[in-house]
Design a protein around this ligand. Structure first.
Ligand SMILES: [Zn+2]
Length: 147
């Protein structure tokens, strides 16, 4: 089920912007975390594909506990092959980085405003003060080449 952005606690993001992001993005709420706040999955906001996910790392361990085999695996959040980063240039010349998938990256120019709204909502949710950065307006973007 599609999770929708809600108003941030301080009401900095206008309702119209939140509604627009909810309407245009498949995954406006793009971070899936458990009750303790650990991030399990990150989606492309534009299409909803998983771009960061839990991947098994290290060795599996098995032991017998009361006649039942208990299997222990270690997982870590990893970038998946579709993961890309959009470098969004703001009208004031500043920059903002946002994760997406390589399939949608080419269509991002039509939803830059909505992507930025979703990112601001996420930052507000993690406790960041977005009052100043929320005044910025996205102008253009390019794909960030990661080394
Ligand atoms: Zn996508």
């Amino acid at each position: 089920m599609k999770k929708l952005l809600k108003e941030d606690r301080k009401g900095i993001l206008p309702k119209a912007k939140i509604n627009q992001a909810n309407a245009k993005l498949v995954a406006p709420v793009y971070v899936e975390q458990d009750a303790s706040g650990v991030v399990n999955e990150v989606f492309c906001k534009i299409c909803g594909r998983t771009i960061l996910g839990l991947v098994e790392v290290g060795e599996k361990r098995e032991r017998l506990v009361g006649g039942v085999v208990e299997r222990t695996v270690t997982v870590a959040l990893h970038k998946l092959p579709l993961y890309v980063v959009l470098e969004i240039e703001m009208e004031d010349g500043s920059r903002h980085w946002s994760p997406a998938c390589s399939v949608c990256a080419g269509e991002a120019s039509g939803v830059l405003e909505e992507i930025y709204t979703a990112d601001l909502a996420r930052l507000a949710e993690t406790g960041m003060d977005i009052e100043e950065i929320a005044k910025r307006k996205p102008k253009t973007f390019k794909l960030l080449q990661e080394g």
